[in-house]
Design a binder for this molecule. Structure first.
Ligand code: MRU
Length: 353
């Protein structure tokens, strides 16, 4: 049961097009961008108008339908060939979040498996995209509630530190890490969220803080280098983050800075949780060394708004994600249950048999 008044849905099907909350303009402006072509959806994903692994997956699924709608033919084979090109463009937008590839594969599978006219295939793709969207919302509710089983049992209300934004904005709604936060808040188990600002794009300061304010959840924004100090001072009871891709052994890629947070949490004996849907687990890769890490434009480090931060002549390195080794993760909270990282593979084996 989840009754929240200020629900945020970053991807909505409306008026025969997709409405995306423009996350590049928050928290100053709460505006929507209307997308009716697949190329525009690819651009929106690349430029992070929509971001966060599950939300990217939902957006890409609708992007596939928009692309399908643009293909003018009655020839099934030609249609499928053209649809593969749409998939290729969308896949090329961001490399790390596996939900993008997962959602596109699910749409392609639906296309190949539909026996019927091109119009019927298009209709199936639309229904599949809507299903992916609806399922992700339910998944987030389940993740939030499963998080309650593993958060420290304490007579005191908890403080949770999170990194980046794994909230409603990053999913179909409600969030993964912030889903756990929301559920804990609803149950009266949370006193405050600490949000890392998350350089260079500031998803924590801008987006996580905005979501908490919408919901009336007390939030303290700290810079990325303050986590260790806050933990040492006893200000943090648990760390909960999202993930962009989890390898079969439980290694988890998430926003740059997550790995150092996990190391510091381990040093202070503070539980470190990764909250993510099973669609974020890439069982095709054995460990985190095989996760592709996106490198973004150096301008993100060089400049904040109009302010230039560094002298001329320096070099930049801007990896957008890092990989937290499984041994630093207390549990991975999914929609099915919370697993020790090593149990993911066993769960998968049981599913496949
Ligand atoms: O670059 P972003 O903003 O897309 O990165 C987002 C994150 O790293 C999130 O923590 C992750 O995608 C999980 S979202 C539920």
């Amino acid at each position: 049961m989840n009754s929240l008044t200020n629900q945020v849905y970053p991807v909505i099907w409306h008026n025969n097009a997709v409405s995306l909350i423009d996350q590049t303009r928050l928290p100053r402006e709460y505006t929507f961008v209307e997308i009716s072509r697949s190329d525009d959806m690819a651009q929106a994903i690349k430029t992070m108008i929509v971001r966060g692994a599950p939300a990217i997956g939902v957006a890409a699924a609708y992007g596939m339908y928009l692309g399908a709608r643009e293909i003018r033919t009655d020839d099934r084979d030609y249609f499928l060939q053209e649809l593969e090109k749409v998939a290729e463009k969308l896949r090329a937008t961001r490399p790390t979040a596996v939900n993008l590839f997962w959602a596109i594969s699910r749409i392609m599978k639906a296309a190949y498996e539909t026996i019927g006219t091109v119009e019927e295939i298009k209709n199936t793709l639309f229904q599949t995209a809507k299903t992916i969207n609806a399922e992700d919302l339910q998944t987030c509710y389940a993740i939030g509630d499963n998080g309650l089983k593993v958060l420290p049992a304490s007579p005191e209300k908890l403080t949770i530190l999170t990194h980046c934004n794994a909230g409603a904005l990053a999913t179909a709604g409600y969030g993964t890490a912030l889903g756990v936060v929301r559920s804990a808040w609803r149950e009266g188990r949370l006193s405050r969220v600490f949000a890392d600002e998350t350089r260079p794009r500031l998803q924590g300061a801008k987006l996580t803080a905005w979501e908490c304010v919408q919901e009336g959840i007390p939030v303290t924004v700290i810079t990325d280098s303050m986590g260790a100090h806050c933990m040492k001072q006893g200000l943090i009871d648990a760390v909960v983050v999202g993930a962009d891709r989890i390898a079969a052994n439980g290694d988890a890629a998430n926003k740059i800075g997550t790995y150092s947070l996990a190391l510091v949490a381990k040093a202070h004996n503070i539980p470190f949780f990764v909250a993510a849907p099973l669609s974020t687990v890439d069982f095709s890769i054995g460990d985190g060394s095989q996760i592709p890490i996106e490198e973004r434009n150096p301008m993100e480090i060089y400049q904040v708004g109009d302010t230039i931060l560094t002298p001329r002549g320096v070099e930049f390195y801007n990896p957008a994600f890092d990989v937290t080794p499984a041994e630093l993760i207390t549990a991975i909270i999914t929609e099915i249950d919370a697993f020790a990282p090593g149990e993911l593979r066993k769960y998968r084996e049981k599913q496949v048999v």
